[in-house]
Every structure is written in C-alpha cells, then in structure tokens.
Design a protein around this ligand. Structure first.
Ligand code: CO8
Length: 259
C-alpha cells in the first residue's frame, strides 16, 4: 500500500491516509488501499482503530478532483459506488473507530470522518461539503450520514451552501465530540482508544451493533434489538468475570479476554 499506513500497538491500530502532496485526497488507489486496510483489520481484530491524515494540513481534503474532472456518468457512478462501499465497510467494522481530524476534512474527507464512530478534532480542523461549488453533490455518503449525524436542517445548510466551518462550529453542531490543541489531538485519541480497549470487547461490539441497527428503525424494534444483544452478553466469560469482580470488590481492574 502506498497511500495508507497502518500501525498497530497492542490493541490499538492507527490508520493514516498518506498522500500529503494532494492534502490526502481520495483517488482510486487510496480507496483501494483503505479496502486492503479493512481486510487486515478484520484479520488482526484490534479493539479500537484511530483514523487520521498525514501531514500538518489535512485529514482528507476530499475526493481527488483532478481525477474526477474528465469523468462521464458511468465512471462517476462507479467511483461513487466504490467509495460508498469502502466507507460502509469501514462504518461496519466490529470495533469502535475514532477519526482524529487534524486539518481539512472536506467533501469525501468529511464523509470519511462521518463513517467513523467518534470524531475528535484539532482546533485547526476545517469541515465542509463543498461539492455543489464543483457542480456535483456529495457521493460518498454525505447526503445520508451528515443529516443523520447533525440533523437535516444543518446538513442542508452545509450541503446547499458548500461553506467551510471551523472546529468550534463543528463542535457546537455535534459534528465532532471534542476539540483539542493540534499537538494534543493524537494523545487524546490514543487515551480514548485505550479506555475503549480496556472494556469487555464483546460487549463493546454488541453495543456498536445494537446502536447501528437501532438508529435505522423505530424505538420498539430498537428495544427488541437491544434486549437480544444484551442477552448474548450473558453467554460470555467477560460478563461473569466483570460482574464477579464487582461483587467480590476486587481492587484491580478486570483484564478482559474477548471471550
Ligand atoms: N483533489 C485533488 N487535489 C487536491 C485536493 C482534492 N480534493 N485538495 C487539495 N489538492 C491539492 C491541490 O491541487 C494542491 O496541489 P498542487 O500543489 O499540485 O497544486 C495541493 O493539494 C495543496 O492544495 P492547495 O494549494 O489548494 O492548498 P491551500 O492551502 O491553498 O488550500 C484547500 C487548501 C482549501 C483544502 C484547497 O486545496 C481546496 O479547496 N481543496 C479542494 C477541497 C474540495 O473541494 N473537496 C471536495 C472534493 S469533491 C468530493 O470530495 C466529492 C466526494 C464524492 C465523490 C463521488 C465520486 C463520484
């Protein structure tokens, strides 16, 4: 892989989109590299994944405009479906994913961040869906995930206007969870990933799946989904150990075994 780096340390994997000369813009190769990374993550099964962009300036500045500029309708559709497919697989990874947004997250970059479970931003980060200014619309899930994340009204304002917003505004509208000084962002992402990695992994996975299914359905079906996942936790060693440790007032934290 030439455009995406993957580095694992214990239970945490850091994935870096690494094409800084084009502000980490997503061309076909980057998308294919991301697909390869997803395959490897599914084999390695880290407990948490952090996604970031190489360099000081950008998380991902969008889909590669130069390589889209001459496309006709069939190629555009194929590219949209390729990106959507990769982002959907990323979103459906069984472990939590944290986007550490270190700079521009525009167009496909904002859409990639939206495919992560948790978004943390540098104070320098800038967000936007500028596609309508290029004569296109978001094509890697932006028209769908942005509205689901920040609400339809705010998503329409951003997608119809194409304007960039800063990290403070992104925090205010719930596009990101927290904002950090640029040199503190990765440490904050690592700290959160470490906290997640120390929890019972099957339970974390079940919570992610229950939420993913639940947000797409009505509240009563959601409760049924939750009850089913809740019950499956009682077939795990982690549940027995976790609860026994509490009942026995053990002083040391439980080391969960993914069992
Ligand atoms: N694609 C290709 N190259 C890019 C991109 C991009 N999205 N963004 C930046 N670059 C390149 C620049 O061309 C430049 O290259 P070079 O040095 O060779 O001239 C280099 O990165 C540095 O960029 P700038 O000189 O422009 O840096 P500035 O600091 O002046 O500006 C900006 C930074 C504001 C981020 C600016 O680069 C910019 O506006 N970039 C484009 C942002 C954008 O419009 N993104 C949305 C793209 S469309 C999209 O993502 C649609 C997704 C769905 C696709 C569906 C498929 C069909």
């Amino acid at each position: 892989m030439s455009n995406v780096l993957m580095e694992s340390s214990g239970p945490i994997t850091v994935v870096t989109v690494d094409r800084p000369k084009a502000l980490n813009a997503l061309n076909q190769q980057v998308l294919q590299d991301l697909a390869t990374v997803i395959d490897q993550i599914l084999v390695n099964k880290p407990r948490c994944v952090i996604l970031t962009g190489a360099g000081e300036k950008a998380f991902v500045a969008g889909a590669d405009i130069a390589s889209m500029s001459e496309m006709a309708r069939p190629q555009a559709r194929a590219l949209a479906e390729l990106g959507q497919g990769v982002f959907r697989r990323w979103e459906q990874l069984p472990m939590p994913t944290i986007a550490a947004i270190n700079g521009f997250a525009l167009g496909g970059g904002c859409e990639l961040a939206l495919s992560c479970d948790i978004r943390l931003a540098s104070a320098k980060a800038r967000f936007g869906q500028p596609e309508v200014g290029l004569g296109i619309i978001p094509g890697f899930g932006g028209t769908q995930r942005l509205a689901r994340t920040i609400g339809v009204g705010l998503a329409k304002e951003l997608i119809f206007g194409g304007q960039m917003i800063n990290a403070e505004r992104a925090l205010a509208i719930g596009l990101v969870n927290s904002v950090y000084e640029p040199d503190e962002l990765m440490a904050a992402a690592q700290k959160l990933a470490g906290k997640i990695a120390a929890q019972a992994p099957i339970a974390v996975r079940a919570a992610k799946e229950a939420m993913a299914l639940g947000v797409q359905t009505d509240i009563d079906s959601g409760m049924t989904i939750e009850a089913a996942y809740f019950a499956t936790c009682f077939e795990t060693e982690d549940q027995r150990e976790g609860m026994a440790a509490f009942v026995e007032k053990r002083p040391e934290p439980v080391v969960f075994q993914d069992a």
